[in-house]
Design a protein. Structure first.
Length: 69
């Protein structure tokens, strides 16, 4: 996958998460408290960071927000 495709995928995931947060009236801070993760790490995960920790955080986010991977 080229860099542009990766960037587009990351943006799509970020939008999906943010829309789900808005629909639930939640902030990223609320989400980080709910899943027990640092708000900065949650933001990195939402923005598309590909570190193993960010991937695990996104999995938690998908579960909490009922997003299918």
């Amino acid at each position: 996958m080229n860099e542009q495709a990766l960037l587009n995928s990351a943006r799509t995931v970020e939008k999906q998460i943010k829309i789900n947060l808005l629909n639930r009236g939640m902030s990223q801070r609320d989400l980080s408290d709910l899943i027990g993760e640092n708000p900065t790490q949650v933001n990195r995960a939402i923005k598309g960071d590909m570190s193993p920790k960010s991937i695990r955080i996104r999995e938690k986010i998908y579960t909490v927000l009922n997003i299918e991977e």
